[in-house]
Write a new protein. Structure first.
Length: 341
């Protein structure tokens, strides 16, 4: 009974099934790696525990009110209980890794978890201090360079947990294939796709609230594009509020002037204000650029899969991720192309 009470925040969000992306991901890579089913299930279970731990913590850190269309766990069970559940899941995931019976398995998990925590901390620092990353830095995330501050700003737990699963499965088969580029691009694709859907798709509004990234104060991909492509634009004034969207920074990686007020800093839940921001992003071509970028990343992923020998399972997985195309406008071919590593 006590155990059930401890996990009430998790039970709460499990009311609404997720998309099972991580379970599908591990399955697709097993086309190449051929890990025995019982060990693949261990990796999947471990990844799911890490994932739900991060979901619970993310909602607290982002001050989210919805998760999958229902109230976020901490809004019902409190912050303290939700943190306890998240910590428990994280440790249970590590304990599950022991069942792989490989001397390096725990080391891989701990290294990836440390990177995720470091990256999430840097993401929060930048968000809360209004330090906008440059457009080029955002795109550089796919390279998985050694700059952890920048790497995790975009990939966060998505890319690192994908890499953790792949690394563990490779350990179990002593497979030497290099999936670094593929997983790196996939992590970037996931983040840009999520940014786009958060601001543009009705289903995300139902599950997380209308344009939740604006309420979170997040420097998402369209916002960065608008800032970088219109650095001198000062047109935003509504009902007496000066809404600095594009003149946020004087040059790259400079903290915002604390005396200015902008849409991100307000962490607004005002739907009309957020609608106006969306209108501006459309006007500045930020959504067209983003759709074009997603097209390029999808093509790059498919090319990388082919280079590695092809995988019908992974190709089908990529097809499932094309839901961002629903209701999109014609993709603009103008503007700078994304240069991949």
């Amino acid at each position: 009974m006590l155990f059930q009470k401890l996990l009430r925040p998790l039970t709460h969000i499990l009311q609404v099934p997720g998309k099972q992306i991580r379970a599908k991901f591990a399955h697709t890579f097993n086309y190449w790696l051929k890990v025995p089913e019982y060990k693949r299930v261990v990796v999947k279970d471990m990844a799911q525990m890490f994932h739900y731990s991060f979901l619970l913590m993310d909602d607290i850190q982002d001050n989210s009110i919805l998760r999958r269309g229902i109230p976020a766990a901490h809004t019902i069970y409190g912050v303290a209980s939700t943190i306890s559940a998240a910590n428990y899941l994280l440790l249970r995931g590590l304990k599950r890794a022991q069942n792989l019976n490989h001397p390096e398995a725990m080391k891989v998990c701990i290294e990836k978890l440390l990177e995720v925590c470091c990256g999430q901390g840097m993401y929060i620092y930048r968000r809360d201090n209004y330090i906008c990353p440059s457009f080029e830095e955002y795109k550089e995330m796919a390279k998985r360079n050694k700059d952890m501050n920048m790497k995790h700003l975009v990939l966060k737990e998505t890319g690192e947990m994908f890499m953790c699963e792949v690394a563990l499965m490779q350990l179990l088969r002593e497979n030497k294939m290099d999936f670094t580029r593929l997983v790196g691009i996939l992590g970037l694709y996931f983040q840009i796709r999520d940014d786009y859907c958060n601001l543009c798709q009705e289903q995300y509004s139902k599950e997380k609230g209308y344009c939740d990234d604006l309420t979170e104060g997040k420097f998402c991909f369209p916002i960065i594009h608008a800032i970088m492509s219109h650095p001198n634009d000062r047109q935003l004034e509504i009902t007496g509020k000066i809404l600095w969207l594009c003149d946020i920074i004087q040059h790259l990686n400079i903290s915002l002037d604390c005396n200015r007020t902008d849409i991100l800093r307000q962490r607004t839940r005002d739907v009309e204000l957020k609608k106006y921001c969306i209108t501006l992003l459309e006007k500045f071509g930020s959504f067209s650029y983003k759709r074009n970028t997603l097209e390029q990343l999808d093509a790059a992923l498919r090319a990388e899969v082919a280079k590695l020998g092809g995988s019908p399972l992974l190709e089908a997985f990529l097809d499932e991720l094309l839901t961002w195309k629903g209701g999109e406008k014609t993709i603009s071919q103008s503007g700078e192309d994304l240069v991949l590593p």
